[in-house]
Design a protein around this ligand. Sequence first.
Ligand code: 6R9
Length: 663
Amino acid sequence: MTENNDVELEARLENRERFEPPQSFVEQANIVDDAIYDEFEQNWPECWTQAADLLDWEAEYDTVLDDSNPPFYEWFTGGSLNASANCLDRHLENRGDEVAIEWVGEPTDEDDRTYTYNDLHREVNEFAAALRDLGVGEDDIVTLYMPMVPELPIAMLACARIGAPHSVVFAGFSADALATRMNAADSEFLVTCDGYYRRGDALEHKAKADEGLSGVDHEVSAVAVVDRLGDEYDHPMAETHHDYDDLVAENAGADVEPVSRDAEDMLFLMYTSGTTGQPKGVKHTTAGYLSWASWTSQAVLDIKPEDTYWCAADIGWITGHSYIVYGPLALGTTSVMYEGTPDYPDRDRLWEIVDGYEVDQLYTAPTAIRAFMKWGSQYPERHDLSSLRLLGTVGEPINPRAWKWYYKHIGNEDCPIVDTWWQTETGGMMLTTLPGVKDAKPGSAGPPLPGIDIRVVDTRGEEVDPGRAGYLTVNKPWPGMLRTLYNNDERFISEYWAEYSDTESDDPADWVYFPEDGAKIDEDGYITVLGRVDDVINVSGHRLGTMEIESAIVGVQGVAEAAVVGGQHDIKGEAVYAYVITEEDSEGNDDLHDRIVEGVEDAIGPIARPEEIVFTPELPKTRSGKIMRRLLEDIANGEELGDTSTLRNPDVVEDIAETVGDD
Ligand code: 6R9
């Protein structure tokens, strides 16, 4: 890469230029015809038989979409199938010896574990038999509190095989978080792990699981414990605790007939944090979810059975569910799974894995890309990344600078980048470019996928003009959508539908899903997602979107990132608090404070003027990269800081609190 090229690339980004799909990619892409957008629109909802056709059915469905009782939509009704059979059994005949999961542990002196489809099928059957022995029946919810070990996807598929929904709790979550989720789901079974490796250390996990179990308000019948650390960590086992290896050995060679599940039967629950209190138990079903994960994997990630594909997320999040486990395995491809962090033993670990396994697609988060960028291009340069054909991002908006770095230093300017917007609730991707069809525009996720009706609207639901900030809405149902919040239909409606729907109506046209994200649309229909808008600030009776204010602040020269929250105010009710990260070269920018105030007043009006602007080097973020606004609010309100255990950077909260306290 010459300097000239660099300048050119910079200029293209400045000019918001489009990046065409590379010819070499188009020549082999799963979807290349732009006509799919019109076809799906005209043929909606029947177009989604294309997703259903990617699955093997035990009984054919008779209706694509049953929308007789909105917003409780049902898809592919009358059909039955099993998710584990779709991810395993059907591949055995032709692809049994092909690799399903390449597992890479963190320690470099340990052998990687390769599971062919035959291997995975065998172990899933054995563990499914073991779960039955432990008393797990159809529809019993099994909690999986596990790190990135192969036994996690095995346990998920074993649950699916016997029709027991799983509820995976991210291993980094606290004991309290585990207890809350087991209680909310009334889950009587737990699969966990003794520990795992993180940056060279063996981390204990079982003790945390035990502590969580002591907070469960009902009887827990059985706990299975995977032995990851061997002799390194000797943990006590209660009478109801069973060693995973023993359970599997006792069931060696077991053959468990996949349970026939109704299309609408629950496949899993995934708890996701709401803005307040109780986490929301998002319910996904067998046919709708699996077809959605599969179709989007094929259309957007361009997965083919012969690929080696890597989603570098954690299975404890929805991204890992849909795009490490269900989507790729349903398509019969090779899915890479990595236990550790990108900087252990050195900052080139990911590139070493891409090189070693000749990875075709890499799917990761902007947070990670920004870290790679900070570390420098010398790390990827140590390795041959020419096997890569497509790059993806998910989880938060990607800034054009990070996009460019990814495009150039990882993709060598010949991989399309798909910036995929979606949520736990949507089951799979919703907004992004079809990589063989649409140009990419850095910083913008892209248009809605074919068959998806997404609009950017104002508070009254009217579509906003291109360039104006508004709110995302989804105006038609889609197969991968959540069906409800577990045991809480009312909250399902109030959280996601009430804002823009006529909740008295039984006409589906009157029902609009609200993802609680702010967005902008451009003249080409490309959508830039601005972030969560859960927190609306009510200043002197005026409703202000935090996202609008943030967008104004970020527009001020010298500002890199901003988060705005509401803090209590004696007279106004609530006031605007802004937390701002400045750009590196903005030091000595004394008038930045005044220019931010001016920027906000100009964009929205004096009503939105920040009460306080706090300059900070970092914002508190969850491990998946989401800004923890709740904590910023606590700081603004001078309150005790709540639980910071789910944060990636807990120290930053104390630092910010001190800054505010000093003022
Ligand atoms: C898959 C996942 C969902 C929230 C979502 C939005 C943000 C996700 C994004 C993005 C901008 C993208 N988000 N992808 N924002 N551009 N490409 O992350 O699910 O953990 O439920 O988070 O993440 O705010 O509403 P989940």
